[in-house]
Design a protein around this ligand. Structure first.
Ligand code: GDP
Length: 368
């Protein structure tokens, strides 16, 4: 365009032509999120080891939407025949025991042998806080940038049973995507260990030395589930105390009944931070797998776990169906008041509600 200022009378003033602008400054700005891939595309991607597809399928598994759930189940069903080929290891310990530091180091150790590693988590607290702490990438700095590692925080919505089931389903997807090492992390303070125990082959309990013989908030039941107890932070001044704790745990374990696998849980000391004794911990885990694969327990336990999850899923869905029913919800409030004020016994109140629930189910079936 000719500018008037470019006339000779405006000497000293010239307007230069501007830089040609591209039609859109940032071509990515307007791009929409890709549409949801089909079940077939997702399965194909997962089987090829495509981590983006894997992530999208896991998101589907975690979704609360009934439509997504249907799709997720289809993907899982198709991946199931390609799953199972992994070592599933549960890792637990109280907050501060050094789980994330250790998983980072253990994970790198495992990956040195080749293969791939998925780190999943079950965090019962996330239900309340709506944010999951476990399995968070920022806590595992080295693994987070490793090309063969897939880190996924705990699913955050729903009951512990629901959260655990989703993690179990995610294991199937990860295995189908070629992840032959699965770590499932959890906090060693509550019910979640039982859930983790029922989906892993080896259960590792991380403990600390120096708090005497009380079990640092770890319940006896959790110790009984452990296939290996490792005492972390065996470094610097802490080495002697770690050894002492090792002796204490060893003698405590002798008091427990023998395990069904026939494996005698081992107690070791190590330092996740200074990377001391890591090979020994992993040699123990190798010994365990050799032992249980040899005596048939590995297969037996996996079959038993599959059965357990079938019943767990049924229980969870029945409970949801019952408690999420608006009429039942109303009736529960009323009956609860009556029971609390001694106007009705717990048993007849429960029977009334259940009778109503079942009679309505029959009614619905008749109308169908
Ligand atoms: P988590 O809550 O169980 O995941 O524990 P973290 O891995 O976050 O560790 C808690 C704290 O213990 C951090 O400050 C770590 O640096 C420290 N820590 C972890 N492992 C070791 C270890 O082997 N030796 C020492 N001295 N400190 C450690």
């Amino acid at each position: 365009m000719e500018h008037i200022e470019n006339d000779d009378k405006y000497t000293g003033l010239t307007v230069n032509e501007g830089v040609k602008q591209p039609p859109v400054v940032n071509p990515y700005l307007k791009r929409r999120r890709k549409p949801m891939p089909t079940v077939a595309e997702m399965v194909e991607g997962i089987l090829k080891g495509d981590v983006t597809m894997l992530s999208r399928a896991v998101t589907l598994v975690e979704s609360l939407s009934p439509d997504h759930q249907v799709l997720a189940q289809e993907v899982i069903e198709k991946c199931l025949p390609h799953s199972g080929n992994s070592r599933r290891i549960g890792i637990t310990g109280v907050p501060g025991a050094g789980k994330s530091t250790s998983i980072d180091v253990f994970g790198l150790h495992v990956l040195k042998r080749g293969g791939k590693l998925a780190v999943l988590a079950i965090d019962p607290s996330s239900e309340r806080t709506k944010g999951s702490i476990l399995g968070d990438k920022t806590r595992m700095e080295k693994l987070a940038v490793h090309p063969s590692a897939f880190i996924r925080p705990s699913p955050s919505a729903g009951s512990l049973g629901g959260v655990a089931r989703k993690t179990r389903e995610t294991i199937v997807l990860c295995e189908a995507a070629g992840f032959n090492n699965i770590f499932v992390e959890t906090v060693g303070v509550g019910q979640s260990e039982t859930a983790v125990h029922s989906m892993v082959d080896f259960f590792l309990l991380i403990q600390l030395a120096g708090t005497g013989d009380e079990l640092q908030g770890i319940k006896r039941g959790i110790m009984e589930m452990a296939d290996g107890i490792v005492i972390n932070k065996a470094d610097g001044d802490n080495v002697d105390r770690a050894r002492l704790a090792q002796a204490q745990f060893r003698s405590a374990l002798h008091l427990f009944p023998p395990t069904t696998s026939g494996w005698m849980p081992e107690v070791l000391t190590y330092s996740g931070y200074y990377e001391l004794g890591i090979e020994e911990v992993w040699a123990m885990i190798d010994r365990y797998f050799e032992f249980v694969e040899g005596n048939g327990y590995f297969e037996r336990k996996r079959r038993e776990q599959a059965r357990y999850w079938m019943f767990e899923t049924i229980n969870e869905q029945l409970r949801n169906h019952f408690y999420n029913d608006p009429e039942i919800e109303k009736m529960l409030v009323d009956k609860e008041m009556r029971v609390l004020s001694n106007r009705q016994s717990s048993f007849t109140a429960a029977r009334d509600i259940l009778d109503y629930y079942f009679s309505r189910q029959t009614e619905r079936q008749r109308h169908q």
